[in-house]
Ligand binder design. Structure first.
Ligand code: CU
Length: 147
């Protein structure tokens, strides 16, 4: 085999292995259950607290758009579906009074804050993946604060 052919073979082998790895990883990804909606407006309950739950899995958040009202306390409950792949819930929006960096478990954790600014504030999972980060694979959402 010529040197050029060897190089082509090496490239073909590399792409085949990458393809196999991608399909294996694809096997880990799950579709979000249909009953979990993509957009949720927090419900204002007892003592005028806005309560909302965000669930995470491979590689999504539901809801991925959480709508809350300005100035009313929020109890945001976050958890992940059972599974071996770790996930987190990270949001850094100090201007809006929202900050969290939580490694998710199956047991819900509550984040308390009072939204101080109208706008859309991104949350995401900061876990790295093999090729792409979980954030790049779609573990991104937004907290929308409305007047
Ligand atoms: Cu993740």
């Amino acid at each position: 085999m010529g040197r050029k052919n060897k190089r082509i073979m090496a490239i073909v082998v590399r792409f085949t292995i990458m393809g196999l790895l991608f399909s294996l990883l694809g096997g880990c990804a799950t579709a979000p259950p249909e009953q979990l909606s993509e957009v949720t407006r927090a419900s204002i309950g007892e003592q005028s607290i806005q309560r909302v739950t965000v669930v995470a899995s491979n590689y999504w958040f539901r809801p991925e758009r959480v709508i809350v009202k300005l100035g009313i306390p929020v109890e945001l409950s976050v958890r992940k579906e059972p599974g071996i792949i770790p996930h987190s819930f990270v949001i850094h929006a100090p201007e809006a009074g929202i900050n969290a960096n939580i490694v998710l478990g199956a047991k819900p954790e509550v984040i308390n804050f009072v939204p101080r600014k109208v706008g859309a504030f991104e949350f995401y999972c900061d876990k790295p993946g093999l090729f792409e980060s979980h954030r790049q694979m779609g573990m991104v959402g937004v907290i929308e604060v409305t007047p």
